[in-house]
Ligand binder design. Structure first.
Ligand code: UD1
Ligand code: CA
Length: 492
């Protein structure tokens, strides 16, 4: 205890609060994304299982609190706002999208409005580049402060710089004199491989003061934020650049092809993170694991598995090939055999699912329970140690502990208008091929004979038979065969 408070005291001494700049983060997300040819706004397309913008916001929140984050919305503003409203960030409306520079002109009003703190530094992130890390943003911010620059841009060397703004340096140092967009670049400038990533830090007062000098005299007729480099340079203010260590971090998603490349990168990075945490993933490039998924150590994930949404998998599990698990909780030591599909459901420790089980929303499978081949469940509780191993439909049912559901058992939960509930108490044995017509209740420890159609409640410890009694006609088949033989002999 004493030691940790000492360390804390020391670290806050080495970095006194007063010297830290007050930082606002602006995320540009108002554009349409014309190059995607989509009816959905670019920043709401999913990468790694969640909207591109949600990734950028999550990263920004590692650098500053949500209250200091300003998301610029414009195209489909309401949809974008709704999709990420739960993050607690501020939204600024850029009603007409007249360029990235214009986005910052609109942001200025919000940054200066009301009882807001006075920001020293404005960090600008691109809402369409989701791989940026908090460490890199912090590095840009620190470099900017150390350089006492008016503008710092993050740059990267790309083998194929096509489409990006190029960085025109001023001599050999970090100073920059301009950024030139692809369309305005001379053939010689186009050969420059150092590109502008679209991430910047600005000295807030300098930005506020000089941004109105931007013009729309360019091939797109837009206010380019990139032109601030030239504006500051001409005003004899310092513009510097810092290169990323990993050029992959700054890639944008302007086209579907770029988007899919980012998705693949993000998923591989996710696999690497899980591998580092002690999860085995065979052929990781065949698995689709969303970025918010959690998996416990020593769990083994086989090829072609998909783990989606907010899924959490325990430790020591085995998830076999072709299983797709979405927004579900899986306990420790669970075996999920091939081809199992599970959505919005939960499974207790030591349970066994599949092959080919389909757990639809609201399935709660108890500890050590088994759900087997071609069993479909929906909105059920299956108690501890209970088994439904073959070919069943179990819907709207509450099933106790130690229950055996025979092969082919069906809960008839739907009368064409309403759904009804089936209750099966602890220790019940349901024989194969039974139909349980809900609402119906089978009491503790009762037996249901195979192939019964159960329409009325069964009391505890009873045997219920709901089928025609078998009758046997001795010698019937032999007599029939002999009659057929005689018939044949007569006709030939
Ligand atoms: C921009 C840079 C380019 C850089 C590249 C990096 C400019 C002029 N160019 O080009 O130098 O190499 O990013 O990825 O800035 N947006 C708004 N309001 C607008 C216009 C755009 O919020 O009026 C948003 C977009 O939604 C997007 C971001 O700003 O999230 C960047 O805009 P985009 O059109 O993708 O710029 P690029 O052409 O990629
Ligand atoms: Ca872009």
């Amino acid at each position: 205890m004493a030691k940790s408070s000492q360390t804390r005291a020391k670290s806050s001494l080495s970095r006194p609060l007063r010297s830290r700049p007050a930082i606002a983060v602006v995320i540009m997300a108002a554009g349409k994304g014309t190059r995607l040819k989509s009816k959905h706004p670019k920043v709401l397309h999913d990468i790694g299982g969640k909207p591109i913008l949600a990734h950028v916001i999550a990263t920004a929140k590692k650098v500053v609190p949500a209250d200091d984050i300003f998301v610029i919305v414009g195209h489909e503003a309401e949809r974008v706002r709704k999709a990420v409203a739960d993050t607690g960030v501020n939204f600024v409306l850029q009603a007409d999208q007249r360029g990235t520079g214009h986005a910052l002109m609109v942001a200025r009003e919000a940054l200066l409005s009301g009882a807001r703190q006075k920001y020293d530094q404005v960090i600008v992130l691109s809402g369409d580049a989701p791989l940026i890390t908090a460490e890199t943003i912090q590095k840009v911010s620190d470099f900017h402060s150390a350089q006492k620059a008016s503008m710092t841009l993050l740059s990267a060397d790309l083998d194929n710089p096509y489409g990006y703004g190029r960085v025109i340096r001023k001599g050999k140092g970090a100073e920059v004199q301009a950024i030139v967009e692809e369309k305005s670049a001379t053939p010689r400038q186009r050969k420059i491989r150092e590109i502008n990533s679209g991430f910047y830090a600005f000295a807030a007062p300098a930005l506020y003061e000089h941004i109105d000098r931007l013009s729309t005299a360019n091939p797109h007729g837009e206010y380019y934020l990139t032109d601030m480099a030239g504006v500051f340079h001409r005003a004899r203010k310092k513009v510097v650049t810092i290169r990323t260590a990993d050029a992959g971090e700054v890639l944008g998603s302007n086209t579907r092809a770029e988007m899919m490349m980012l998705d693949a990168r993000m998923r591989l990075a996710k696999c690497r993170e899980l591998l580092d945490q002690g999860v085995t993933i065979f052929y990781p490039h065949t698995c689709v694991i969303d970025s918010d998924v959690e998996v416990g150590a020593d769990t083994v994930i086989e090829p072609f598995v998909q783990l989606l949404g907010k899924t959490k998998i325990g430790a020591d599990c085995r998830i076999r090939s072709y299983s797709v698990i979405g927004n579900s909780l899986v306990g420790d030591r669970v075996t999920v055999r091939h081809g199992t599909i599970m959505e919005d459901s939960s499974v207790g420790a030591d349970a066994v699912l599949g092959p080919y089980s389909h757990l639809r929303p609201g399935s709660e499978i108890g500890e050590g329970a088994h759900v087997g081949n071609f069993v479909e469940t929906k909105k059920i509780k299956l108690g501890r140690g209970s088994k439904a191993n073959h070919l069943s439909y179990l819907g709207d049912a509450e099933i106790g502990e130690g229950v055996n559901i025979g092969a082919g058992t069906i809960t008839c939960n739907y009368d064409g208008v309403n759904k009804h509930k089936t209750t099966i108490e602890d220790g019940v044995f349901v024989g194969s091929d039974s139909t349980l017509v809900a609402p119906v209740k089978i009491g503790r420890g009762a037996y249901v004979a195979a192939a019964s159609c159960i329409t009325e409640d069964v009391p505890e410890d009873a045997l219920a038979l709901g089928r025609a009694r078998q009758s046997v006609k001795e010698g019937w088949a032999r007599a029939k065969r002999e009659a057929q033989k005689k018939e044949k002999a007569k006709s030939s």
